[in-house]
Design a protein around this ligand. Structure first.
Ligand code: GLU
Length: 289
């Protein structure tokens, strides 16, 4: 076994896992409507990971997309109040589906909605952390989203890649798995360049990756792209939390990764910061807003 295979193999020892799924993975590309087959497969895959003895926290987008479907708004909402209304309606429906599907497998889903405020204020931060840890103790699957109904310009993260990295830091996760539209991070945009190669493992050198990860998303429903994912991986690096970018096409890939199979791009981290995690996170998200 070579060194790279060994790095992937080590992932089977990860216990506390955060999984991030974006709107574009959960919805049909042509209509933006919820893809129930995908949702069911995701819930089943997460249940399997749980049943293998691991803890899972799911960071799920989709509130705005589902609200937009419900309200029959054709395009991405443009005004902030429109986005807030879509999120408030869509979040209920999204959670109703998650709750129902997890219940079918005997699991209890819970909802945690947060904003930057919860990172910037120490009391709120420790409340948030305690809530997560208690939910995990009760064997629940916390499902996290930004509180888009109240997150306006001053307090919004904007996309859930940063949110997923922050959640991973707060709960001191062992691994963050980002499910996305491509198989991982490529040396160039794979939709434009057929010669683009999948990057297997990223250890030290990361600056050049920021340039590679173009600040774009081809999706009409999500707001992140590879850029925000690489930024998230960089945020986790000094915290010793590894991260995988992989394809969300078949959510069962989560089980393969947690069994040590090589499936995507793995960012390996080394713990350098052990105290004042909140302060570090505040510095990363731009401090008090
Ligand atoms: N929080 C938003 C939602 O659930 C999506 C953010 C993103 O595009 O990742 O709709």
């Amino acid at each position: 076994m070579n060194n790279q295979e060994n790095c992937w193999r080590q992932l089977q020892n990860k216990k506390r896992i955060v999984i991030k799924v974006g709107s574009s993975t959960l919805t049909h590309k042509n209509t933006g409507n919820l893809n129930y087959e995908k949702l069911e497969k995701l819930v089943r895959a997460i249940t399997n990971v749980k049943n293998s003895g691991k803890e899972v926290i799911l960071v799920s987008s989709g509130a705005v997309a589902v609200g937009r479907e419900t309200l029959k708004i054709g395009t991405k909402p443009k005004s902030m109040p429109e986005k807030q209304a879509c999120a408030a309606i869509g979040q209920c429906k999204l959670m109703m589906n998650y709750y129902k599907l997890f219940s079918e497998y005997g699991k209890t889903a819970s909802q945690v909605l947060m904003t930057k405020y919860n990172i910037n204020h120490s009391k709120s931060y420790s409340n948030l952390k305690n809530a997560f840890l208690e939910l995990l103790k009760y064997d629940s699957i916390p499902i996290v989203n930004e509180n888009d109904a109240i997150a306006t310009d001053e307090i919004e993260f904007g996309e859930n890649d940063t949110l997923a990295a922050l959640v991973s830091a707060i709960v001191d996760a062992d691994l963050l798995i980002m499910l996305t539209d491509t198989d991982g991070l490529y040396t160039d945009d794979p939709f434009q360049n057929v010669n683009a190669k999948l990057i297997d493992i990223v250890e030290e050198e990361r600056e050049n990756l920021i340039n590679i990860a173009k600040k774009t998303s081809d999706s009409d429903v999500g707001s992140g792209g590879m850029y925000t994912k690489v930024v998230a991986a960089n945020l986790l690096k000094p915290l010793g939390i590894d991260m995988v970018i992989t394809s969300g096409k078949n959510p069962d890939i989560i089980n393969k990764i947690t069994n040590g199979e090589n499936k995507g791009t793995l960012f390996i981290s080394k713990k350098e910061i052990t105290t004042d995690i909140r302060e570090y996170l505040v510095s990363q998200i731009g401090g008090e807003k």
